[in-house]
Design a protein around this ligand. Structure first.
Ligand code: FMN
Length: 179
């Protein structure tokens, strides 16, 4: 039993968990991009697998369907500027990677110099799951995890950022252009 509109309660419930946010990067032979991601989780222990949910509206999602790997970067509490760059702008308009230092990693993925905690996932799955985000699943191909304490940037820290591509901007209904 719930008292009140279930969507409002759902939103309140989910936001109360205040998850950490990531930057996901991707490159094909001639294109590169990256976006901010709040929907993510480890989804298998053995074998290790990590899931991301990528918006059907995003250019990054489109490229991920043509790439073998993606880069996953944990943002630290002080990384609001990076969150704004990757979450507030779209690669349809700007080359986000032109304004940050990065190097090419396994599978050609852009690895952001400013994010020490990161991994590269080799894609095992990218498919429609009935919503406005596609399910991406990957296996770890490389990981960097410096010792020491870490405070992540959280969804609540990014509440002032307006997504460069709201989910309603879906690029091609019924067709992810990604897979
Ligand atoms: C706080 C926040 C969380 C977001 N979470 C996701 C997410 O989980 N998955 C996703 O695909 N996009 C997410 N976005 C949206 C993209 O990061 C944003 O639309 C970006 O501009 C897309 O860039 P692109 O078109 O270059 O790929 C989020 C944006 C914000 C501000």
């Amino acid at each position: 039993m719930t008292d009140g509109d279930v969507d409002v309660l759902f939103d309140r419930l989910v936001s109360s968990s205040d998850g950490a946010i990531l930057v996901v990067t991707v490159a094909t032979d001639d294109e590169r991009d990256g976006c901010l991601v709040g929907f993510h989780s480890q989804c298998s222990i053995e074998p290790r697998r990590y899931a991301l949910w990528l918006s059907a509206a995003n250019r990054t999602t489109e490229l991920a369907g043509r790439a073998s790997h993606v880069g996953v970067h944990l943002l630290a509490a002080g990384d609001h500027e990076l969150a704004e760059l990757f979450g507030g702008l779209t690669g349809d308009d700007v080359d986000k990677l032109a304004s940050v230092a990065w190097r090419s990693g396994p599978g050609g993925v852009p690895l952001l110099d400013g994010c020490a905690r990161r991994m590269v996932l080799a894609r095992t799955e990218l498919r429609e799951v009935g919503g406005d985000h596609l399910l991406f699943v990957g296996e770890p191909a490389a990981a960097w995890a410096p010792a020491g304490s870490f405070t992540p940037l959280r969804l609540s820290d990014a509440s002032d950022i307006h997504a460069g591509h709201p989910p309603g901007d879906r690029r091609s209904p019924g067709s992810p252009r990604a897979g």
